[in-house]
Design a protein around this ligand. Structure first.
Ligand SMILES: NC(=O)c1ccc[n+]([C@@H]2O[C@H](COP(=O)([O-])OP(=O)(O)OC[C@H]3O[C@@H](n4cnc5c(N)ncnc54)[C@H](OP(=O)(O)O)[C@@H]3O)[C@@H](O)[C@H]2O)c1
Length: 277
């Protein structure tokens, strides 16, 4: 199978390199183009055999499956550019949440899917959210999930839940890192302890917490109870967090969903209205 990448910025290059490093793809199976071609040339230098394409149409023409790894408002122009090159048996996989499957199906004759990857795939971890268009057959779905399995846990989700699930799987690493960064800054300022050592302790703690939630049979609430001694130090600090963070997660969700709605309206306008064919 030949796999194309249109857009090799932050997530396009991460996905491409994770798939190559995990052995899911050999470099010579990969065709890639980017507005700034130098980025693809640098990837080829790291992965000899990778094909540098100088146009998106060249990437599309040469690939059985094409990942579109550009920002939402860049999709329409790219679909217009590659649309006439594509054949019905090819698959296009978008990696962005606001561009809807019906947008892609209205613009392309081929099979379409949408996945939301996570930065965690760089270390063969994290959930990859998968949504499939009406032209995707069971064997196509298996092929996509077989490709992604070495770097992630692919799961099927309903497109209507893409934003809330992306908040956790895709934005989550940034949100938790923000939390840890603030915490470590305060720890360094208060105690003068080495930042690197604190960061390592925090990372191991996060890894262990993840394992307890995925393999250890704990819910987040049960974990809090398991660590907390009534009247003890953790209990006092949890009470502080509870009172300090009241409403913050509802506001976080309102913020991500508000921005999503804004982008979706812009995509609808580009693609000719909601649900338009
Ligand atoms: N970052 C994440 O963790 C993450 C996770 C899940 C999904 N996503 C989604 O992935 C998409 C890309 O995000 P990103 O963080 O990778 O953004 P990014 O770093 O800005 O990458 C976008 C890339 O697209 C290229 N590009 C723009 N127009 C192009 C065109 N007409 N033809 C070919 N290439 C073009 C840009 O090229 P230049 O080099 O010329 O700028 C850039 O390298 C977004 O929609 C985002 O929602 C990101």
């Amino acid at each position: 199978m030949k796999v194309g990448f249109i857009g090799t910025g932050s997530m396009g290059s991460l996905l491409l390199e994770a798939l190559i490093d995990s052995g899911s793809l050999a470099p010579n199976q990969v065709y890639a183009s980017n507005r700034t071609t130098e980025k693809v040339i640098r990837l080829q230098q790291r992965h000899p055999g990778l094909h540098v394409c100088t146009s998106n149409a060249e990437t599309a023409h040469n690939s059985d499956l094409i990942f579109l790894c550009v920002k939402p408002l860049q999709f329409k122009a790219i679909l217009d550019e590659i649309g006439s090159t594509l054949r019905p048996d090819q698959m296009v996989v978008s990696i962005t949440s606001p561009v809807q499957i019906h947008h892609l199906e209205s613009a392309l004759c081929c099979k379409v899917a949408k996945i939301i990857p996570s930065v965690a795939h760089r270390v063969q971890s994290g959930v990859c959210l998968c949504m499939y268009g009406s032209r995707i057959k069971e064997e196509d779905r298996q092929l996509i999930e077989h490709l992604l399995s070495p770097i992630s846990k692919p799961i099927l989700i309903d497109e209507s839940f893409v934003r809330i699930t992306s908040d956790l799987s895709s934005c989550g690493p940034a949100f938790l890192s923000f939390f840890l960064d603030q915490w470590i800054n305060a720890a360094v300022e208060t105690t003068g302890m080495d930042r690197g050592e604190l960061t390592w302790i925090a990372g191991e703690m996060l890894l262990g917490t993840g394992k307890l939630l995925t393999q250890g049979g704990f819910t987040p609430l049960e974990l809090q109870k398991r660590v907390t001694v009534p009247g003890g130090i953790t209990a006092e600090a949890l009470a502080l967090l509870d009172s300090s963070l009241t409403g913050v997660f509802h506001r976080l969700i309102a913020t991500t969903h508000g921005k999503y709605k804004e982008d979706l309206e812009k995509c609808d306008a580009q693609f000719g209205g909601p649900g338009a064919d």
